[in-house]
Write a protein that binds this ligand. Structure first.
Ligand code: CP
Ligand code: NVA
Length: 302
């Protein structure tokens, strides 16, 4: 049966640890200039309904490095943009390519594509989750802190798609997450309730200092996700007390690291001195997208 990767919970604890171990091996091999074409003659179709730098480049470079090929597909240039059904697109693409990665406006679109495709479908970000990002984040936390079990992550800011994947990931990693958001932008109640029911370790607060106190990792994301551009002024005002700056970092545990999935609005959600500091794991976090997605592609396709 085909495997999809739509939610971070589409893999088990054991699969996660195998995936990260494989990603580490691929990272080391790449450093030594070793590339094994295990995905020769495999093709990844990448549908992007929204912009991307990291996801597009890491998947495209990753497929190339594995001996395969990736196709960038803008829905505006596809018949999808003229109203062709997702289910028909799924069926047809299944005859041409080996897997589909989709960055979609709505999570339902990803689910519909997967339901009608005969090939693996990867969620490259939806309004509900960003599981590929969280794979890279887990790999990065292990590299910097040498463990995930018991690691306390403070999520500061918007309770968005990346935050949801992070909350769900605690079921697999043994991390704990304390989310500090303005009440209006806290993670949805049903998301938190279901996550806790499945074993997630998460607490929701409003005060960023409360979340940051005793944290091993301070994590944030943009205050304005793609599609929310019209709310920019209002959001900026509401989120300003949630800025990750030196003062907030001082509340965290000594040795705490800072993470941001990027793209960042510098000096909004994170200040220059923090993102460019010695405790910033941000650039490794971005790089690890490549290694961990290569491991994922091998798992789904080889
Ligand atoms: N973090 C992330 O997914 O970045 P892009 O939007 O550039 O792909
Ligand atoms: N929350 C952001 C993540 C970007 C990678 C968004 O959805 O735009």
């Amino acid at each position: 049966m085909k495997k999809d990767f739509i939610s971070i919970l589409d893999i088990s604890r054991e699969e996660l640890s195998n995936l990260i171990a494989h990603a580490r091996k691929l990272k080391e091999e790449r450093r030594m200039g070793v590339h094994t074409p295990v995905l020769a003659h495999k093709t990844l179709g990448m549908i992007f309904e929204k912009s991307s730098t990291r996801t597009r480049i890491s998947f495209e470079a990753g497929m190339f490095e594995l001996g395969g090929h990736a196709l960038f597909l803008n829905p505006k240039d596809m018949q999808l943009g003229r109203g062709e059904a997702i289910r028909d697109t799924a069926r047809v693409m299944s005859r041409f390519v080996s897997a589909i990665m989709i960055r979609a406006n709505r999570h339902d679109e990803v689910l519909e594509l997967a339901a009608h495709a005969d090939i693996p479908v990867i969620n490259g970000l939806s309004d509900r989750e960003h599981p590929c990002q969280i794979l890279a984040d887990i790999m990065t936390i292990e590299e910097w802190l040498f463990r995930t079990e018991g690691v306390r992550v403070a999520w500061i800011g918007d309770g968005n798609n990346v935050c949801t994947s992070l909350i769900l990931s605690t079921i697999l990693t043994g991390m704990e997450v304390v989310v500090a958001s303005p009440p209006e932008f806290a993670p949805k109640d049903d998301v938190v309730r279901d996550a806790i029911r499945m074993g997630a370790k998460v607490r929701i607060v409003n005060d960023p200092r409360e979340a940051a106190t005793g944290a091993d990792v301070i994590m944030t994301d943009t205050w304005i996700s793609m599609g929310q551009e019209e709310e920019i002024d209002r959001r900026r005002q509401i989120f300003m007390p949630y800025q990750v700056n030196a003062e907030l970092m001082a509340c965290a545990k000594p040795g705490a690291i800072v993470m941001h999935c990027l793209p960042a609005h510098r000096n909004w959600e994170i200040t220059d001195d923090v993102i460019d500091s010695k405790v910033s794991a941000v650039w490794d976090q971005a790089e690890n997208r490549l290694h961990v997605q290569k491991a994922l592609l091998v798992r789904l396709l080889a």
